[in-house]
Design a protein around this ligand. Structure first.
Ligand code: IMP
Ligand code: ZN
Length: 348
């Protein structure tokens, strides 16, 4: 039996050089890292009234739904990571975690966040993250990381333009694209058409959270989102055949998140029922992603292992899945060449 035809185990999934294209920075902070931040803050301020993250964010496999998931950020994690020191500490920790899980290429996304009490502006936040990514990339690391800037569905049209302004301003410093994220029950996407067309015109790539819930999967919303000519789509759950056909004809890359969709009850059933099973046989690139590994506690290696287990994928299938993701990255030919070399060495 050759190495590539042996059954997939977790060790193989960890060693496999992986590409992560859908990971929210704040959602990727491990519980342990949040706990470390909490301890440091409590040592400085014993009256800190935030609960220990190890208790506030229940351990692995505890399920969320749309009502409990989004407030976790606004009512808890953002309150804990509310200064430059904690933002830097947690970002470095996220980069280390992805790299040690065998990720060789990362497009991390984050929503520009002003922290008034720490005198941090949205621009200051973006500059901080970009500096950390660039320091990471300049050091001899096996993983290279880039930034996608997220526009929250709750943004006003003016706030959306501000996000795009930042993405355009820092395009040559590591911003590769713009994302639409946030609670799918909120906001009218029609408000953002202008912002996304400006981003596209400036040469930024576009990825969108797409049809995550039934309420965010109306014909009107999906028509609007597809009219922005996205380069990739995330989740893609409640999608009628007519929209599936458009996605196929436009060759849009799909960022699919197994554990997140199962644990947040975004799909009916469990892993074997995930639409990954359907899309992986289509002509579009399908990329396995974590979404919020800090919350769902399933690193990318485990997502590959789960895919292999539930969809009977071989080592060769997983390798091909990763290689296919190269077509969907938002950076240019240097990174594509680097990644193709990594996969040809891996196959030797
Ligand atoms: P941040 O953008 O780095 O602060 O990461 C956390 C944010 O990502 C959350 O406040 C949400 O707006 C967004 N987010 C995380 N997971 C999801 C998801 O599954 N759907 C939509 N938005 C999400
Ligand atoms: Zn997401």
């Amino acid at each position: 039996m050759t190495a590539i035809s042996r059954a997939v185990d977790l060790d193989f999934a960890r060693r496999l050089p992986k590409i992560e294209l859908h990971a929210h920075l704040t959602g990727s902070i491990s519980r342990q890292c949040l706990h470390d931040i909490w301890e440091q803050k409590r040592a400085r301020d014993p009256s800190l009234h935030l609960e220990d993250p190890l208790i506030a964010i229940p351990p692995e496999k505890v399920d969320y739904d749309i009502q409990t998931f989004f407030p976790l950020f606004s009512s808890y994690i953002y309150k804990l990571c509310n200064d430059l020191a904690s933002i830097e500490f947690s970002t470095k920790s996220v980069l280390r975690d992805f790299q040690s899980d065998g990720v060789v290429y990362l497009e991390l996304r984050t929503t520009p966040r002003a922290v008034a009490e720490s005198n941090l502006s949205k621009e200051g936040y973006v500059k901080t993250i970009l500096r950390l990514l660039s320091e990471h990339n300049a050091t001899k690391n096996s993983m290279q990381a880039f930034l996608i800037i997220s526009l929250d569905r709750r943004n006003t049209p003016a706030e959306a333009q501000e996000v795009v302004d930042l993405a355009i301003k820092y395009q040559s410093d590591g911003v590769v694209g713009v994302d639409l994220c946030g609670d799918p029950a909120r906001g009218d996407v029609g408000n953002f058409t202008n912002a996304f067309s400006r981003a596209k015109a400036a040469g930024l790539k576009i990825t969108l959270h797409f049809a995550e819930t039934k309420t965010s999967a109306t014909d009107q919303e999906l028509h609007t989102l597809l009219s922005w000519q996205p380069d990739r789509l995330g989740h893609v759950i409640h999608v009628k055949e007519k929209f599936q056909d458009i996605i196929k004809s436009q060759h849009v890359g799909l960022e699919l998140c197994l554990s997140c969709n199962v644990h947040a009850k975004m799909i009916t059933g469990s892993y074997p029922d995930h639409h990954f099973g359907m899309w992986r046989h289509s002509n579009v690139p399908v990329i396995l992603c974590t979404d919020d590994v800090g919350v769902f506690c399933s690193p990318l290696s485990q997502e590959y292992f789960l895919a292999a287990t539930h969809f009977e994928l071989t080592r060769d299938d997983l390798t091909r899945l990763c290689e296919r993701a190269v077509d969907s990255i938002f950076t240019g030919s240097d990174q594509r060449t680097r990644l193709r070399n990594i996969y040809s060495e891996w196959r030797e």
